[in-house]
Design a protein around this ligand. Sequence first.
Ligand code: BG6
Ligand code: MG
Length: 215
Amino acid sequence: MIKACIFDLDGVIVDTAKYHYLAWQRLAKELGVSFTLEDNERLKGVSRIRSLEIILEIGGLQRSEAEKEVMATRKNQWFVDYVNAMKPEEIYPGVHELLVALKSKGIKVGLASSSKNAPAVIRLLNIEHDFDAVVDGTMIVHTKPDPEIFLKAAQILGVSPKDCVVFEDAEAGVEAALNAGMKCVGIGSAKQLGKAHRVIPKTGDFRPADLESLS
Ligand code: BG6
Ligand code: MG
């Protein structure tokens, strides 16, 4: 029986995935690397440094660890600027209502985001109190598709992995959920997220009653 729902943040709760893309695209342009929306799918769910390494790989470029640190910090500053200009209304429709409805049915609600900016983003959206546990990019060693982040969230929630459902928009995130032995609802296209147990276009389309079909 499903006892907990664990949500990714970027692209599941709010459209910050587009801000990550815009900031990486700006950096790729500076580096002279052609970086498409399709390439961007590989960056979803993975850590900041790993994202940069993927862009360098696409461009056939090599940089020292110190140079990578500087570039990742520049990208993050652009991302933070976008996020600071964001309005709480940019949360996806129906998401806050879904989190509240799940809690009222006794389902634990967790957030598991690879982003180090996750706590700031949920504060800005006024939804930090909707979560019983928050695991962000500062609390993990291994990036998705490693299951670490979801296992940590389940542990804090006190729920066995098999009784958890993960909501994810990233291929790496779906794999991480499956690697954790959890159920997964993909948010986006079945072409990208076909390994998930179910794929829906938008998080707000999900209803607590839909959990039964995942048990
Ligand atoms: C994930 C995003 O949520 O967080 C990735 O899907 C991003 O695209 C990662 O690289 C790390 O985010 P941040 O904010 O710590 O750079
Ligand atoms: Mg995401």
